[in-house]
Design a protein around this ligand. Structure first.
Ligand SMILES: *[C@@H]1O[C@H](CO)[C@@H](O)[C@H](O)[C@H]1NC(C)=O
Ligand SMILES: *[C@@H]1O[C@H](CO)[C@@H](O)[C@H](O)[C@H]1NC(C)=O
Ligand SMILES: *[C@@H]1O[C@H](CO)[C@@H](O)[C@H](O)[C@H]1NC(C)=O
Ligand SMILES: *[C@@H]1O[C@H](CO)[C@@H](O)[C@H](O)[C@H]1NC(C)=O
Ligand SMILES: *[C@@H]1O[C@H](CO)[C@@H](O)[C@H](O)[C@H]1NC(C)=O
Ligand SMILES: [Zn+2]
Length: 567
């Protein structure tokens, strides 16, 4: 039996064993105002003098990442470098000073699951790998069962059960395991869920003890314990915390990717599974079989497929569309059928984003889908100047032969032009969620204009004749160079970071997701860590890949077949 220091919170063990008995009348701490999706940090009344609290925060953080041996403390002389190490993970300025900013972040609600000491990671000061860490052991059977030992009084028990069930499904949807509540007749479940008071000085929301017998997790010994000193009446907090702790109970450790569910501090609350989380759970349990389902098999009549993806909740026009060479436009409904939304031989291109779908005709005229039947609104007059229509954020643009870009005003057929910065023509444009407009010019220069675009608003960001393609996901900017490298622009520190050097010939991004298609046809998904990509497919005849903002991935083959990633 292997029991790591992770079993209990150090320094809290005694508190919790002899801890204050929960007093039903005592006011609980409420950290999340119901109007806001992100947690508001507790006011740090003791700042800046409370050295004891600062030291506890720093030590706690070290334990979350396995940087501290059981029972050891950080000597005073090493405190500044310890703070710098934390600042690096949190992408904060590396000052080595425990300032107010650090205090706010480290006082945020966080997980209490400690990781076993990892010497490599602990001693590493410099370039830290930013990605998930696998703990090692996993469940060796399926279905995995769980049981509530008790509930918090803050939420209806039925709601706690349904949130936990959905949180397990967040992970099991990707892998060939099933997870269910243990039947009442079973003597025990694999994973137990309970609530317990942890005392006033504890800002951990929950922890999971990770105990393994050899290579597999030990049935009946894995407990997810929620801190009942917090007011769980905000079910979003419970939802997020449960999803994170369940990740531990399945064998995952903390990630250093800030946007991942498995990041140790609950910075942003509700988070969808990040590619880093997905790669982690696949790393432990593999993939469902088959990985890809064919969803359309019609002959080589396809021109392209596109994904219309809203930034918030899916709109009626959200989803996957294909354009056939006959001009027919079809929508892939969630029930698995293709529905025609237009059938006009003049249609040569479709584009969509933010819940809107557009088409361009041979004569350069443009149309916007109304969302019903085959009805389209006429929004742009015929013009031989129109090369391409681009939908991004909640806008629609055209790229023109004269090198200018125009944006639909939103009414009638009136368009507003955005001037080009030079005589160079544009070969591609891409737009971020906050509508920053990027243009790749024919000479390889990259220029950018911020919303609302002014005629003198262009900035040259890069001058490199090797720039071949650009992609934007959310606010992130990526480019593909002719040598096959994929490069990400770090906007905080303004430098170009090579994130893949493996012979890419095409990139595609949407929201958090970035995909790369290699010269050999294989398809890869970025995990958020430079040079760490997850292979999604290895076939040689893929033509391209698109995906939505919640992780669905579709691939079109040269034959015209369309496949959907199952897991
Ligand atoms: C928890 O918060 C809710 C909403 O803010 C409040 O109505 C409830 O009384 C709180 N519960 C406790 C035990 O403090
Ligand atoms: C220790 O950390 C390194 C770097 O994050 C990781 O590659 C390695 O797998 C970890 N070792 C263990 C035993 O978790
Ligand atoms: C839940 O059960 C644990 C023991 O397994 C106990 O420590 C805790 O106080 C109980 N919590 C509630 C809310 O009943
Ligand atoms: C987890 O909880 C179960 C049932 O409440 C208990 O039997 C087991 O000892 C606990 N495991 C640990 C490591 O505390
Ligand atoms: C829990 O959060 C996820 C996002 O991570 C969301 O999709 C789901 O609807 C939420 N569940 C509930 C019951 O709010
Ligand atoms: Zn955790």
């Amino acid at each position: 039996m292997r029991a790591f220091g992770a079993t209990f919170l150090l320094g809290v063990t005694s508190c919790c064993l002899a801890g204050p008995v929960k007093d039903g009348t005592a006011a609980k701490t409420s950290l999340i105002p119901s109007a806001s999706p992100s947690p508001t940090p507790k006011p740090s009344a003791s700042w800046p003098g409370d050295r004891k609290k600062q030291s506890k925060n720093v030590h706690d953080f070290f334990k979350l990442y396995g940087w501290l041996k059981h029972g050891e403390t950080i000597p005073d002389a090493k405190f500044a470098s310890a703070i710098r190490k934390i600042q690096k993970v949190l992408r904060q300025p590396e000052t080595g000073v425990y300032d107010q900013n650090m205090d706010v972040i480290l006082s945020q609600p966080r997980c209490g699951t400690e990781q076993p000491y990892n010497e490599t990671d602990a001693k590493q000061d410099g370039d830290m790998h930013r990605r998930f860490v696998l703990w090692g052991p996993k469940w060796d059977h399926t279905p995995i069962t769980y049981r509530f030992i008790n509930y918090t009084a803050d939420l209806p028990a039925e709601l706690q059960r349904s949130i936990v069930s959905a949180a397990f499904a967040q992970w099991s949807q990707y892998v060939p395991v099933s997870i269910s509540q243990a039947p009442p007749s079973a003597p025990r479940a694999d994973i137990h869920i309970k609530f317990r008071s942890m005392g006033p000085s504890e800002n951990a929301y929950a922890f999971t003890n990770m105990i393994a017998d050899g290579l597999s997790l030990s049935s009946g010994l894995i407990n997810i314990t929620f801190n009942d000193d917090y007011n769980w009446s905000d079910d979003r907090l419970f939802n997020f915390t449960a999803t994170h702790e369940i990740g531990h109970s399945l064998g995952l450790s903390h990630s250093k990717v800030e946007e991942a569910i498995m990041f140790a501090v609950y910075l942003g609350m509700i988070r969808q599974p990040h590619p880093d989380d997905q790669a982690a759970i696949h790393g432990v349990y593999g993939w469902k079989n088959p990985r890809w389902n064919r969803i359309d098999v019609s002959a080589a009549t396809k021109k392209n497929i596109i994904q219309v993806s809203s930034t918030s909740s899916p709109g009626i026009i959200d989803g996957l569309y294909q354009l056939r060479s006959t001009g027919q436009v079809l929508w892939y409904s969630p029930s698995g059928t293709w529905t025609s939304v237009d059938n006009n031989k003049d249609t040569v291109q479709i584009a969509g984003s933010g819940g809107n779908l557009y088409q361009r005709h041979t004569d350069g005229s443009t149309y916007k889908y109304t969302g019903t039947g085959q009805n389209w609104q006429y929004i742009g007059a015929p013009s031989s100047n129109v090369l391409e229509v681009i939908a991004a954020a909640d806008q629609v643009y055209v790229r023109r032969k004269d090198g200018w870009i125009a944006r639909w005003s939103g009414s009638g057929t009136s368009w507003t032009t955005v001037a080009q910065p030079s005589a160079q023509l544009s070969q591609q444009i891409a737009v971020t969620d906050s509508k920053t407009l990027w243009s790749l010019l024919t000479n390889g220069d990259l220029v950018r204009s911020l919303w609302p675009y002014t005629s003198d608003g262009w900035q040259v960001v890069d001058q490199n004749a090797a720039n071949k393609q650009i992609a934007v996901g959310g606010e992130e900017f990526y480019k593909l160079q002719s040598d096959g490298t994929v490069v990400w622009l770090n906007m905080d520190e303004y430098f170009w970071n090579i994130i893949e050097d493996a012979g890419s010939v095409g990139i595609y991004a949407n929201g958090l997701y970035l995909y790369s298609r290699h010269g050999d046809g294989s398809i890869w998904r970025y995990t958020g860590t430079p040079n760490v990509w997850e292979q999604l497919d290895s076939r040689a005849d893929s033509l391209y890949v698109v995906g939505d903002r919640i992780g669905n991935v579709y691939e079109m083959l040269t034959s015209g077949d369309i496949y959907k990633l199952v897991s």
